[in-house]
Every structure is written in C-alpha cells, then in structure tokens.
Ligand binder design. Structure first.
Ligand SMILES: Cc1cc2nc3c(=O)[nH]c(=O)nc-3n(C[C@H](O)[C@H](O)[C@H](O)COP(=O)(O)O)c2cc1C
Length: 321
C-alpha cells in the first residue's frame, strides 16, 4: 500500500500503545515484518508548551519506519501546531487519536471524546491536513457508547477533511477492551469510504488477521495486544497471508533471544535503570504459556539489570529444555 511517499510491505501494522510500543518495540516489530508503526500518543497541548518529555517521544529512528506520530487534543489550532512541530522528526504520517478512553485524554475532550463531536473531529482533521504535507490518518472507535455508534459518520467526515487512512477499533469507548470486537462496524466503514480502512481489535493469531480481512474487506489490519511478548506475530501473519504457511510459535530459546534483544535496544535508548523497569512487564509477557510461568513472572517483576535478565533467560531455557 502506498500513501504519499509512505510505502508498506506487509499485511499488519503495529498498533499505537502508550507505555508499550516505544521506539525499541516498534523497531523490533518492524524487524518481524510489521507493515508500519505508530508512536505512543502525544499530547498536542504539551507539545505546544515545548514539554521535553513529549518532544522526546516524537524522536523517531530510521529502523521503525514507516512510522507515524500520533497526536491527541481537542483544539484544531493546537493540533495543527503540534503536527508542524512534529515535522522536524520527519514522521511518515501524522495519526490523529480519536479512540483513547483514558480520563486524562477523553476527559479533556480529546481521544474518544471527539467521537461525540463529529464537527469538531472534522475540523481537527482539516486543520492538521492543511498544516502538513505528509499524509494524515485517523484512528477511531465504533462510537462513544452503544447508543452513539457513529464510526461511519466520523470516517466520512475524516475522509472529507483529507484523511488518507482510517483505522477502526471496533469497540465503543464505554467497552474499553471487552467484549470482543465488532467486525460489522469495520465492514460498514469500509463500505462507506474510498480511502483505505485498517481493521483493529482482538487479532491474536494469523488466522484472526485473515478473518478480519475476509469478513470486513479491510485494506490492512493492525495488531496491538497480540504483539505484546510476541512480536513474531507479524512474521506469522505475513507467512499466512502471502503464502498460506502456518509458522509455529517459536521455541523458548528463540523467545528468550528476542526478549534479550528488545531489552538491549531499550537499554540503549533509555539507559539501564529506566529501561529495565519498563522491561519488567514485557519480560512477563514473553513468559506466557511457558511451564512455571507464574514463578518466572515474579522474577520479571524484580528485574533491574540486563545481567539479571540474562540469568533469568538462561534459567528459563535450561528448565524447559
Ligand atoms: C497498553 C495499551 C496502550 C494503548 N495506547 C494507545 C494509544 O496510545 N493510542 C491509540 O490509538 N490506541 C492505544 N491503544 C489501543 C490499541 O491501539 C488498539 O486499538 C486496541 O488495543 C485494540 O487492538 P488489540 O485488540 O489488537 O489490542 C492502547 C492499547 C493498550 C492495550
């Protein structure tokens, strides 16, 4: 798929995930064949105030491309200014968040709250589209709640305002992350707009991805939680979609190798102290399904150095030979 100068070569993108899909994880997922990646969500207001942490989050590396900067906010002007500031980091596209349910985002009128105000949502897209030369994409939910399912309207308005891709997470804001995703709403959006539609929600296996494509007719799929502690899901999806090949789950030694690689990249990016604290949850995800996982997870929760991680991985391999 080609959007502007942003070209993709796989079947599934990595979903934006605050506190999870950082630079190292995005790079790792690209190595496993993720079609493109999206930054963690960044506050347009904080960027406009030159907040150092937010500007730091905008810093992108070559290895994670194609990559988009995801912004949230409720003011068209501030969103446009933040997008312009983001251009110094050369993103391949700007993604507008209209799905975040968190009170500190939606409570201030941004994220999923924009779905309650379609006109404002449209003017935000318009303002950002007019401010930058690169493609602007929009990530939405099915609606705010069951009584206001309006993904089709928001998608049409976004298209009208110049958005180049719509990603639909088929759940309302009220539903947060359960029950299971509503594929029908993704299909409805796909049938209503001419720009590419990305289907998102509950893809845990290559078969789930294939089902999302078949059922909704979407142009792309996006994987979030299914990639946590399992970045090889992109390789599995691509093998299935390109060649009909089922790639089995990697052996434990390979999983530990990938965990070590992610940890090393994170340490390089954030320093050992911060990195290892963040890697605790990732390490625990890599233990999923391994015999004795509960005890290993407890050890993951104590990790504070790479050395400790090496020892744990060695132990996991040895005990599961
Ligand atoms: C820990 C976590 C953080 C997330 N952060 C973001 C975010 O920053 N921006 C966004 O648009 N969606 C965010 N999401 C939602 C995901 O991008 C995705 O839409 C959702 O998890 C459904 O896809 P999945 O079932 O594949 O996980 C987040 C989800 C999780 C689990």
């Amino acid at each position: 798929m080609k959007i502007g100068s942003f070209e993709t070569d796989g079947y599934a993108a990595l979903a934006p995930m605050a506190g999870v899909a950082d630079r190292s994880f995005r790079r790792l997922c690209r190595e496993f064949g993720a079609a493109y990646t999206v930054s963690e969500l960044i506050s347009s207001k904080a960027v406009s105030l030159n907040d150092k942490k937010s500007l730091g989050m905008m810093n992108l590396t070559e290895n994670e491309r194609p990559v988009g900067l995801q912004l949230f906010g409720s003011d068209p002007q501030t969103m446009a200014e933040a997008a312009v500031k983001g251009m110094q980091f050369c993103p391949d596209f700007i993604d507008i968040n209209m799905g975040c349910p968190a009170p500190k985002v939606a409570g201030n009128g941004g994220g999923a709250a924009l779905m309650k105000d379609p006109k404002l949502a449209e003017s935000i897209v318009k303002a950002v589209v007019n401010a930058v030369e690169i493609p602007v994409t929009v990530k939405i939910r099915s609606g705010w709640d069951e009584n206001s399912i309006n993904a089709v309207e928001i998608a049409k308005r976004s298209e009208n305002a110049g958005a180049k891709i719509i990603t639909v997470h088929g759940r309302t804001r009220q539903q947060m992350y359960a029950p299971s995703v509503n594929l029908d709403i993704i299909k409805e959006v796909k049938n209503a707009v001419s720009i590419p539609v990305v289907g998102n929600g509950d893809i845990e296996t290559a078969k789930d991805a294939s089902n999302m494509y078949e059922y909704t007719g979407c142009d792309f799929v996006m994987v979030g939680r299914g990639a946590m502690g399992a970045p090889w899901i992109f390789r599995q999806i691509n093998a299935w979609m390109y060649e009909g090949i089922t790639v089995p789950e990697p052996p434990i030694s390979e999983r530990m190798r990938v965990l070590i690689r992610q940890s090393q990249m994170t340490v390089e990016d954030k320093g050992e102290h911060n990195a290892m604290r963040e890697m605790r949850k990732h390490a625990a995800w890599y233990m999923k399904g391994i015999k004795g996982a509960a005890a290993y997870r407890r050890e993951c929760g104590q990790l504070s150095s790479l050395e400790q991680l090496y020892e744990l991985c060695f132990k996991v391999c040895k005990e599961n030979e």
